[in-house]
Design a protein around this ligand. Structure first.
Ligand code: 3H9
Length: 700
């Protein structure tokens, strides 16, 4: 297949790429571009060149599947250099998303015309690298240093309307069929003027002294904590400011290669592909029918129900909210409006848009009003009896073919489904709090869930901009089932020797957004307490949790009451070490006969993460998750596991499963409450394999 071809219209050559799905700049594309651009530049019948792409987008960047493999010529920097050096004007015609290497190709063209809906960006930082084909040198020259620095370090997609204001795009067109004619027209007009090279633009370096860059570093420090690539990006832009182009390009290459050699880039690449794998589900194909979802009913207008509803309204879907009392319904709708109005304050929405969004909401006190909903999600109190009552009502009122979903975080969906006459229509849709913000959606496939119900849920997740991961029915599904082990390890770390703040600091420094004990305070210590009361003391490790139960019994239920494991100043969410808690921990350890011996931060982290991994492997072996990489997606998107570590399963692969098995055996020897090493880890380790190998061998 020819991925790059040329035609000549009048005296303008049109070089077109056609490499579906996203015109990634593979070796064949790079070679074709160099070949055709050089041929057209040498052709006397051609005065100027337009570079365009067929299909849904301009080049979406370098071909990420080639990363980590031996380099193949021509390199992307070679391509970019060839285009920029061309003596005839070259115009890029942008549509879709010109990202990474795609934008770098566009910047090496002498002029740019874009469809108004197009986006540009340099998202390499999200893959743990930096724009390595001149993007860090050319974008600051044409778009301005401040704009480029922000774009390169955030990796965000930028509307071409904004890029046009910055001077990085010359012309915008409204309709797709105007794009090529406009590019040809501009190319024709520029024949007499000749090329205008981005690389020739000079930067007023005096404006950008070290203090400017240090202030920028400080402004992004919180967001980039633990990441390697952002600082490399900043250094590359500093090089653009302080060096001539050729030297700046050399500095960029060096910084790029350092990124490629850092394990974070492999981890972030793993996350990129993992997120795109989640929608591949055994038994589900493109041909599996989907159900039409135009109206969604939500039962429960509390924080969770309101947050869930916002996702659908944001996607243009009508929402009917049900509550039992008018005041609860009014309160719920008011909270939703308040959330939207906060976005007005931050400039993300206008008041008119808020009204438009709110017009998609209707409230009701009657189940009968849900009879025309295509999907109904319950977000009521987490108790099986209550859920069953709700589903009995839904069975009575829902129309034939409506999908009935539970937002339960732990309960058995098979049992819930069995309480209806239509278990095939029942599914779990487990949103994470705050549901309008968190990207993760666990889609729980129950035993009898129909394929078209599952396929609809998976598509819907994308539509509402969630990353939907399919899980099987088990206590806590993927995320919370693993979390219970993580919570146990952190509790045992405290009673056996470390202060809560030491455990939290160790995991924060590993890259978690907050430590497990701060998280427990935030969630409310009473939740775990009630759960333990209901399962009985014979069914959990009392040594680990008695100190937390004592805190609850003393009224310290967590952040919501201003006291939990930590103390909190009035109105503050910042945890402060508590003498009261220290005392309880001391008393409890004495009562249990434990000689408290603190562990080093690395040991704390190892135990906490390997507890996740061990449970994750059990979940995988039971088929409750389809891929190890799905588990990584759950942890990165629902629990803040640092993406630069690639999720717990990828992290275990990076340690080597042999080493993981040895460590786990050591922990079990120390404390039998660790249980057993997951047989799957033992097996993979014995075969010299990784979780990534497991995923490849079991690919759907
Ligand atoms: C770079 O450019 C480095 C240079 O600076 C320096 C080099 C020296 N390569 O996301 P989708 C696949 S780094 C290979 O579902 P959408 C993707 O895996 C690159 N494959 O579609 C999926 O495959 P499958 C900088 C790629 O419409 C299919 O295409 N660029 C690439 O939701 C569809 O993808 C980026 O980081 C790629 N570059 O979103 C942009 N991109 O169907 C990365 C996609 O088998 N890409 N695939 O699962 C994106 O952000 C989105 O794909 C895009 C489309 C917004 C373009």
């Amino acid at each position: 297949m020819t991925v790059i071809s040329s035609t000549i219209e009048g005296r303008i050559a049109i070089v077109t790429a056609d490499n579906p799905p996203v015109n990634a700049l593979s070796q064949a594309v790079r070679e074709g571009l160099v070949r055709e651009v050089q041929a057209m530049a040498a052709d006397d019948a051609v005065d100027a060149i337009v570079i365009a792409c067929a299909g849904r987008t301009f080049f979406a960047g370098a071909d990420i599947t080639e990363f980590g493999k031996p380099p193949m010529n021509p390199s992307l920097p070679d391509v970019v250099e060839t285009i920029e050096a061309t003596e005839k004007p070259v115009v890029a015609a942008l549509h879709g998303t010109a990202l990474g290497g795609g934008l770098e190709v566009a910047l090496s063209c002498h002029y740019r015309v874009a469809l108004k809906s197009a986006k540009v960006g340099l998202p390499e930082v999200m893959l743990g690298i930096l724009p390595g084909a001149g993007g860090t040198q050319r974008f600051p020259r044409i778009a301005g240093v401040e704009n480029a620095l922000d774009a390169i370090v955030s990796g965000r997609h930028i509307s071409v309307v904004e890029a046009h204001k910055w001077g990085a795009v010359d012309q915008l067109v409204e309709d797709a069929d105007q794009l090529l004619p406009a590019a040809i027209k501009l190319a024709t007009e520029k024949v007499s003027e000749g090329p205008r090279r981005t690389g020739d633009i000079s930067i007023d370096s005096g404006k950008y002294d070290p203090a400017f860059f240090n202030a920028f570093r400080a402004s992004v420090a919180k967001k980039t904590r633990g990441y390697f690539a952002p600082e490399q990006c900043i250094k590359a832009v500093e090089a653009a400011v302080n060096m001539p182009l050729a030297e700046g390009l050399k500095a960029e290459r060096r910084l790029f290669m350092e990124c490629m050699g850092n394990p974070q880039s492999a981890a972030l690449r793993h996350m990129f592909f993992a997120e795109r794998q989640v929608s591949r589900i055994p038994g589900i194909t493109k041909e599996t029918p989907r159900r039409d979802i135009k109206k969604v009913g939500i039962i429960g207008a509390g924080t969770m129900g309101g947050g869930i509803a916002m996702n659908f309204a944001n996607a243009g879907i009508e929402v009917m909210m049900l509550e039992l009392q008018q005041d609860a319904l009014d309160r719920g709708l008011k909270v939703v409006r308040g959330n939207y109005e906060r976005s007005v304050k931050s400039g993300r929405l206008t008041m008119g848009q808020v009204d438009e969004l709110m017009a998609r909401f209707t409230g009701t006190l009657s189940y009968d009003a849900l009879s025309d909903c295509d999907l109904i999600i319950e977000a009521v109190f987490e108790k099986m009896e209550i859920k069953k009552q709700v589903f009995a009502e839904l069975d009575r009122v829902a129309k034939k073919g409506a999908i009935l979903a539970s937002n339960t975080s732990y309960l058995d969906i098979d049992e819930i489904a069995a309480s209806t006459s239509r278990p095939e229509d029942v599914i779990g849709l487990h949103f994470f709090s705050p549901a309008n913000v968190m990207r993760l959606l666990e889609i729980v496939r129950a035993e009898k869930t129909a394929d078209d119900v599952l396929a609809t849920a998976v598509d819907l997740a994308k539509k509402i901009k969630k990353v939907g991961v399919v899980a099987g029915v088990c206590h806590g599904f993927i995320g919370n089932r693993m979390l219970s082990k993580y919570g146990w390890v952190s509790a045992i770390s405290v009673i056996s020797g470390n202060k809560p703040e030491e455990v939290d600091a160790a995991l924060f420094d590993f890259g978690m957004p907050m430590g497990p004990l701060t998280m427990a305070d935030m969630a409310g210590l009473d939740i775990g307490y009630m759960n333990r009361q209901s399962i009985g003391r014979d069914n959990y490790d009392t040594r680990a949790f008695d100190w937390q139960d004592k805190l609850v019994e003393a009224g310290r239920k967590g952040l919501k009451v201003g006291a939990g494991i930590y103390d909190y100043d009035e109105g503050s969410r910042a945890p402060k070490p508590s003498a009261f808690t220290e005392n309880i921990i001391d008393e409890e350890s004495k009562r249990l006969g434990i000689t408290r011996t603190p562990k080093a931060a690395g040991d704390i982290v190892e135990r906490a993460i390997l507890a996740l991994v061990n449970e994750g492997a059990k979940i995988l072996a039971e088929g409750k998750a389809y891929r190890a990489s799905d588990i990584d997606v759950v942890y990165a998107n629902g629990y803040g596991f640092p993406p630069f570590r690639g999720g717990p399963m990828h992290y275990a692969d990076s340690l080597g499963l042999d080493a993981v098995v040895k460590k786990l055996h050591g922990f079990i020897k120390e404390d039998s409450n660790w249980g057993t090493v997951a047989p799957l880890i033992e097996k993979l380790a014995a075969e010299g394999k990784t979780f990534a190998d497991f995923d490849r061998e079991n690919a759907a």
